[in-house]
Design a protein around this ligand. Structure first.
Ligand code: SF4
Ligand code: SF4
Length: 261
């Protein structure tokens, strides 16, 4: 099914479900007539780990990366903000595409890695309705049936997607929580969500340049890691969002001296 026709409903209803052992035939390469066509006028949703990898690869602060390379449209009914890669205004090409292919290949977003596979994750999985992969077929893509069959498992591993899945597990669990069935974030909560998920360098300043560490107990080794380790900071940010949105006890509040007495 072409990407532009895919909605959550149509995926769950119409797309043949593939397990990790199912196989499909696909090949991508410079010799194909469609080379680079998939890198223009496309909606690439960025995950927190995508932003982390890309801003690092480009040597940018997360705020600068988001300003230069992302837009975050917030449409009616949307529960939380999600950044999308900003296509060049002229010609609608991805800002990272080059005549040789993807200019950020080693750090390309998860969606680019997985293509032509998509993943559907029902919010309330049942034994019959669990996460599954599906094939995205677009008319312009000549890669279908052009290569040897490969299993979903091998394709995913070959694209380095497992690391992205591992680093995205806490975000996935956060966004699939039933909290979102009834949630309506305030503007301040929306900004906090966006900062903690995507604007990690700003989140780091929030932790270290406000009274955050006076208010919450974080052990010393972790504080040191948070200063420079983005992976650790992202995990901590997910924990923080669960505390401030879901009211889970994922943070330890420091009792004021008065109260301790
Ligand atoms: S085969 Fe498909 S994925 Fe590869 S360059 Fe062509 S359009 Fe893009
Ligand atoms: S990030 Fe790379 S693979 Fe993804 S759309 Fe841009 S150029 Fe293509």
């Amino acid at each position: 099914m072409p990407a532009e026709l895919l909605t959550e409903e149509s995926i769950l209803r119409d797309c043949p479900r593939m397990s990790r052992d199912d196989r499909f035939a696909f090949r991508c390469g410079k010799d194909l007539p469609c080379f680079n066509q998939c890198c223009r006028d496309v909606s690439i949703v960025l995950t927190p780990y995508d932003v982390l990898r890309l801003k690092k690869a480009l040597g940018l602060d997360s705020s600068e990366f988001l300003t230069r390379y992302a837009i975050a449209p917030f449409t009616r009914g949307q529960k939380f903000p999600v950044p999308i890669l900003r296509m060049n205004p002229e010609g609608l090409a991805c800002p990272f595409v080059t005549p040789e292919g993807c200019g950020v290949y080693a750090d390309r977003p998860w969606a680019c890695r997985m293509y032509p596979l998509g993943v559907a994750d029902p919010r309330n999985p049942t034994p019959k309705d669990t996460a599954f992969h599906f094939l995205i077929r677009e008319d312009f893509c000549a890669g279908h049936d052009a290569g040897p069959p490969v299993s979903v498992r091998d394709w995913t591993a070959g694209q380095g997607a497992e690391e992205y899945e591992m680093m995205g597990a806490s975000f996935k669990s956060l966004t699939l929580d039933e909290f979102w069935d009834r949630a309506e974030l305030t503007p301040a909560q929306t900004d906090m969500f966006y900062m903690a998920c995507y604007d990690l360098d700003r989140f780091r300043r929030f932790v270290f340049e406000t009274r955050f560490l006076d208010r919450f107990i974080v052990d010393e080794a972790r504080v040191e890691a948070l200063r420079s380790d983005d992976d650790e900071l992202l995990e901590f940010a997910m924990q923080w969002l669960r505390f401030c949105l879901f009211k889970e006890k994922t943070m330890k509040i420091r009792q004021p001296v008065e109260a301790r007495r």
